[in-house]
Design a binder for this molecule. Structure first.
Ligand code: FAD
Length: 285
């Protein structure tokens, strides 16, 4: 099913992200997690893709399991900066063979000791390429607090418009902890003529280390309310988890009340956290 069609009424969608297990763990190790997450009936689930362009098999297998065994719509992430056109084509063929019709087209991060390949420079190039091949619905990533490689928010919006014009039908945002940054970003998009649905990326706090890592990678700013929680409960994992869930629920309630198209929950493969948040907001959706 084309995920875009799910936005046709005014309700906010709740969707989940999962990532494949580490290379050292068998793929079956994630099946219980998938079963539990799918039982929460998200609108759809997305499956991440390795930055090095080598994780297609696991991404495809997991997206296939979600869609074909658990009957939840799936979107497979696909990065391009470390792939050739041939490799991308081969990944797309695997998706097609597994009935996966939605793809999140990404550039991927540029890794210092892995010089990028030359077939694709930006996600917009990948989007165009997938469009040419045909048979897929395409989404793109966006950054309420500006992508770290971009000089300013104007350039970021101009580049995002190129991605949408190339064929991205809806957007999923990077995580953020201050809803105002998302609302301001959506306003900038609308002013620039970017009119596709934009889902808000929400990452509940699971532990302090994980959040610090994510923030150093993606540059999300930390409101003082959030930092106070981190500092007060950093040595009490259970309290930190509960406060983190409450913070994410608070963000979700405000986003839903403001009529956002969707909330994309970065579940970190944690069904307990996903369930708590889903239970808290499901009557509002
Ligand atoms: P782009 O849209 O190409 O943007 C990258 C930079 O190039 C930006 O600075 C942008 O302003 C600029 N730019 C874009 N288009 C143009 C253009 N046409 N001309 C000039 N400049 C341009 N990474 C993974 O490895 N695997 C994943 O599964 C994954 N999933 C993600 C899911 C979401 C929702 C998000 C938000 C990010 C995800 N990432 C993932 C991280 C992502 O790959 C990185 O943030 C990467 O650095 C940028 O990817 P992009 O698709 O946004 O790139």
């Amino acid at each position: 099913m084309n995920i875009l069609n799910m936005y046709k009424n005014d309700r906010t969608l709740l969707s989940f992200e999962v990532f494949p297990p580490k290379k050292t763990s068998p793929i079956e190790s994630i099946y219980n997690v998938l079963e539990e997450l799918c039982s929460l009936k998200p609108a759809y689930m997305s499956v991440t893709y390795g930055a090095g362009g080598s994780a297609c098999d696991n991404t495809c297998a997991i997206a296939s399991k979600i869609k074909n065994d658990y009957n939840v719509e799936a979107i497979a992430h696909l990065t391009c900066v470390n792939s050739t056109k041939k490799q991308v084509e081969s990944a797309l063929n695997s998706f097609k063979e597994n009935n996966i019709e939605n793809v999140l087209a990404l550039r991927g991060d540029i890794v210092p000791d892995l010089p990028p390949k030359t077939d694709f420079k930006h996600a917009s190039d990948l989007t165009e390429f997938i469009k040419q091949i045909g048979g897929f619905h395409i989404a793109g990533a966006c950054y309420p607090e500006v992508h770290p490689d971009t000089p300013d928010d104007v350039a970021d919006i101009i580049n995002l418009k190129k991605k949408v014009d190339a064929g991205a039908e809806f957007l999923i945002s990077q995580l953020f902890f201050d809803n105002n940054s998302f609302y301001e970003f959506v306003k900038r998009c609308r002013l620039a003529g970017i009119n596709v649905p934009i889902e808000a990326g929400i990452m509940p706090v699971v532990n302090k280390k994980q959040i610090e890592r994510m923030v150093s990678l993606c540059g999300a700013s930390l409101p003082s309310k959030f930092s106070r929680i981190m500092n007060r409960y950093e040595n009490n994992p259970e309290a930190l988890r509960d406060a983190g869930i409450a913070y994410a629920v608070d963000q979700c309630v405000d986003l839903i009340a403001n009529g956002v198209s969707g909330i994309h929950l970065y579940t970190m493969n944690n069904p307990y956290v996903a369930r708590k948040i889903t239970d808290s907001v499901s009557s509002l959706l």
